[in-house]
Design a binder for this molecule. Structure first.
Ligand SMILES: Cc1ncc(COP(=O)(O)O)c(C=O)c1O
Length: 399
């Protein structure tokens, strides 16, 4: 290659120019490099339920190995519709209102590509799951962030300011992205908060795109409410979910979007051109997973509760201030007591010197300084892993 042609920027899309590599996956690589315990990325280090692994093996043995219907195997779509009826009381037509995708990650970006035009804005609560910003930009939209403020006391919740939220809806707003139960904060949005968001969506004619991938992981009596169930929202909501978190199969890459027929039809087209379809045998296994009895979900949440209650005291003893999650399997913490200049330096110290990987808080904020005294830990790990993390945390000292 000659010097003249070696101008990499010239070849790149303006859209990706400001994308940074996923900090979470970078921390996973560092965890492997330093032999650290990976409390950074949200994947379980324990097996998936035996019956659904068997269902996947059976599907492959039965030769379900070719393309599924592009918008999803009928058995899985029917199981999704059944579960939404049972858990949320929502009637969904599996023929017209569901698109099965390669993980909820694809469902989110396919949805945004299907509904956004250049110049549209998408409201996103901050701190946010790191994909939402790039997903909005890929679809031509601009994300507009609204702050969630951390709790002041152990009994408080992360809260948002109603006036700020209303202001955010007034800029060519196409959609709001919600995530409840929330990553990274563990917040579970209350009915009152969802009603307020509903009122704004209706007033400004805005869609709600709601990522409910942690819907079954709830603590302390918290209740998951799908915004699609609120009056006036069914026709303007896209609900996103998947197998990854509820069944501990993050590597299977099966997720879905549920939306009114016209929006579903648009998402199906985008999805077809993006990926054609999700893995066929794993969709069959997904249908088996969604048919597990209610007790499975109660045990799942209870197992995560004991893990949360194992990790938080160890973090607090080490000097972290923890924001106690009511759902999902992460704990956001404040690291001010350690006297580090920022979260990235702290995370580097923790992985290299203490042997634990976490995610620097700044990766969940638009302005990195906003998260510069926060880090996030994932506790979707075996009790032995968390015990070893607790032992290692005893080495941690303030600067
Ligand atoms: C809020 C949220 N949405 C989506 C995902 C990714 O889900 P999937 O594996 O279905 O793509 C994650 C993974 O951490 C997440 O935390």
């Amino acid at each position: 290659m000659t010097q003249a042609s070696a101008q990499p920027k010239h070849y790149l899309s303006d859209k990706v120019e400001h994308f940074t590599e996923s900090v979470i996956r970078e921390m996973t690589r560092q965890a492997m490099q330093y032999g650290a315990i990976n409390l950074a990325q949200g994947f379980p280090d324990f097996p998936a339920p035996a019956e659904i692994k068997q269902a996947a093996q059976d599907a492959i043995a039965a030769d379900i190995n070719q393309y599924a219907i592009t918008w999803g195997a009928q058995s899985l779509r029917q199981a999704i519709a059944r579960q939404m009826q049972e858990w949320q009381g929502l009637h969904v037509d599996p023929e017209k209102e569901i698109v099965v995708c390669c993980g909820s990650t694809e469902a989110m970006v396919a949805t945004l590509l299907a509904v956004c035009n250049n110049g549209d804005e998408v409201v996103v609560f901050e701190p946010f799951y790191e994909n939402y910003g790039p997903d909005s930009i890929l679809s031509g939209a601009k994300p507009r962030f609204v702050k969630l403020r951390p709790p002041q006391t152990a009994d408080d919740e992360w809260t948002f300011n109603e006036i700020e939220l209303r202001e955010a809806f007034q800029h060519h707003t196409k959609a709001i992205i919600l995530n409840t139960p929330n990553n990274p904060t563990g917040k579970v949005f209350s009915r009152k908060e969802l009603e307020l968001i509903r009122d704004l969506c209706v007033e400004y004619n805005v869609l709600a795109i709601t990522d409910e991938i942690y819907e079954h992981i709830l603590y302390d009596g918290a209740q998951h409410i799908s915004i699609a169930c609120l009056d006036g929202m069914r026709e303007r909501t896209i609900t996103i979910n998947g197998l990854s978190k509820s069944y501990s199969v993050t590597g299977w890459r099966v997720g879905w979007a549920v939306a009114p027929p016209a929006i579903t039809s648009a998402i199906r087209k985008v999805h077809d051109f993006l990926t054609v379809g999700a893995p066929a045998p794993l969709q069959e296994a997904g249908a088996a997973a969604l048919s597990l009895p209610a007790v499975y979900y109660h045990e799942l949440a209870e197992r995560y509760r004991t893990r949360r209650d194992r990790l938080i005291p160890a973090l607090e003893n080490a000097g972290f201030r923890c924001f106690r999650p009511r759902g999902a399997y992460y704990v956001m913490t404040d690291i001010t007591a350690f006297g580090f200049p920022d979260d990235v330096e702290f995370a580097r110290h923790l992985v290299q010197e203490v042997g634990i990987a976490c995610v620097p808080g700044s990766s969940f904020y638009k302005h990195r300084k906003d998260g510069s005294q926060q880090v996030r830990f994932a506790f979707c790990k075996r009790p032995e892993t968390l015990d070893e993390a607790a032992r290692r945390l005893e080495k941690l000292r303030p600067r």
